[in-house]
Design a protein around this ligand. Structure first.
Ligand code: ATP
Length: 245
């Protein structure tokens, strides 16, 4: 039996006008685990994460239940979800390009900083330990970072909020295979810190390697779910998402 989930999404449906982007999805994430949602272009992966975050564009709406730490949070503003420990690293890795790496991290920890908590300094050290390359580049303008470094900074900034649930929207997008491996190694290391991770990916191979459990999303519907290892061996997943080799 799975432990009590930190996140339980039940019968989630999300629409943009007449377009249904997610249809009746049921997804659970337990503490200390990595759960992945794999799917192709337009399957509804970003819409799913934005619905959980309460950050759908104004043209979108969703129904169903989103329970976080046992509370129904569907009516909560984004700010409350963030301050209660949910962080989303969006696909577009929105950084402040003209600001330094360190200032971008500080902004991620703004609430801790403002609350006068000293935790932000220790958290920044932890982020730098996780991403030594960011420590080396702490004074560099974020806009001049490489694609991989930008992704590291986007994840680092999300971690500055000390999340209990970290959601990652296609962290491998546009990155070279070597950098993808590096990012996924870090994601695996994050799991051991106790944070729960919900990872949506088109790169099914990398995602299923790192995840404990997975869901397959096709045109907005969860069509398959199971232990990541089992999904990676499922003929339908191999055929549609893993290809040859
Ligand atoms: P990708 O991997 O290509 O980013 P995705 O799996 O994240 O895709 P979504 O971006 O969630 O998929 O899109 C799901 C569906 O919703 C698509 O058909 C898309 O065209 C539609 N959609 C997404 N955003 C909007 C929007 N703001 N307005 C209208 N339709 C949208």
């Amino acid at each position: 039996k799975p432990r009590h989930p930190i996140l339980q999404v039940t019968d989630l449906t999300a629409r943009y006008g007449k377009v249904t982007a997610v249809s009746g999805a049921n997804i659970a994430v337990t503490r200390g685990s990595i759960v992945t949602v794999i799917g192709g272009n337009g399957a509804g992966k970003s819409t799913l994460l934005n619905s959980i975050m309460g950050a759908l564009p104004s043209t979108g709406s969703c129904s169903g239940s989103v329970q976080y730490l046992g509370s129904e949070i569907g009516s909560w503003q984004v700010e409350r979800r963030v301050s209660d420990g949910i962080s989303l690293v969006p696909e577009r890795r929105e950084l402040f390009g003209s600001m330094s790496v360190e200032d971008n991290l500080l902004l991620g920890g703004f609430r801790l900083y403002r609350a006068g908590k000293h935790g932000w300094k220790a958290t920044m050290d932890e982020v730098y330990d996780l991403f030594p390359r960011l420590r080396e580049r702490r004074q560099q303008q974020a806009g001049t970072l490489s694609g991989g470094e930008r992704q590291m900074l986007a994840v680092g900034r999300a971690l500055m909020a000390q999340p209990q649930l970290l959601m990652l929207d296609e962290p491998s997008l546009g990155l070279a295979p070597r950098i993808v491996r590096e990012i996924f190694q870090i994601i695996a290391r994050l799991r051991s810190t106790g944070v729960a991770i919900l990872l949506v990916e088109q790169n099914a191979r990398a995602a299923l390697q790192v995840a404990d459990y997975g869901y397959v999303l096709e045109t907005g519907e969860v069509v398959l779910e199971g232990k990541a290892k089992e999904l990676a061996g499922n003929p339908r997943v191999i055929e549609s998402y893993l290809g040859l080799g």
